[in-house]
Design a protein around this ligand. Structure first.
Ligand code: CMP
Length: 138
């Protein structure tokens, strides 16, 4: 069993996609073991995306991620890191496969509805960034 962090980004919340995204997870037997809604401040967004600090899109990304509430979830399941990334589709929604969350709902490479951890080490850091052990069930 693996765990991964999923974020429904401000555009996903604004477009009323919380239920749709969760339904896609549950339709694929992904278990939700933690969930919260929060509004990141700039420091929190910068800390989460610290690996992208030098990228040209960093300021715009942190502006976007602080523009409204997000939903953070911990997902659990067999190879859930890879499965979640498959369900999300490519970062650039124009390159994402048909039927993926980003292909169906993203409006730009930045406003791409969801985030998902890309490896076990990243998942461990990202889950710990949003949740303490008492907030994760099971
Ligand atoms: P995410 O999977 O959360 O990881 C980093 C985020 O940065 C990404 O989704 C996008 O929201 C954003 N991003 C990645 N590449 C670009 C880009 N070229 N221009 C703007 N935003 C980007």
């Amino acid at each position: 069993m693996e765990r991964t962090l999923s974020l429904i980004k401000p555009d996903g919340v604004e477009k009323n996609l919380i239920g749709e995204v969760i339904k896609r997870f549950q339709d694929h037997d992904i278990k939700i073991v933690a969930m919260k809604m929060l509004h990141l401040n700039r420091k929190q967004a910068e800390g989460f995306y610290a690996v992208h600090r030098e990228k040209p899109f960093f300021n715009s990304l942190t502006d976007f991620m602080t523009s409204g509430p997000i939903v953070a979830l911990v997902l659990e399941g067999d190879r859930v890191i890879e499965l979640n990334r498959k369900l999300m589709g490519a970062t650039d929604y124009t390159k994402a496969e048909e039927g993926t969350i980003r292909r169906d709902f993203a409006s730009s490479i930045e406003q791409n509805v969801v985030h998902g951890s890309d490896a076990p080490e990243t998942a461990a850091f990202e889950i710990g960034y949003f949740f303490n052990s008492f907030e994760i069930v099971g």
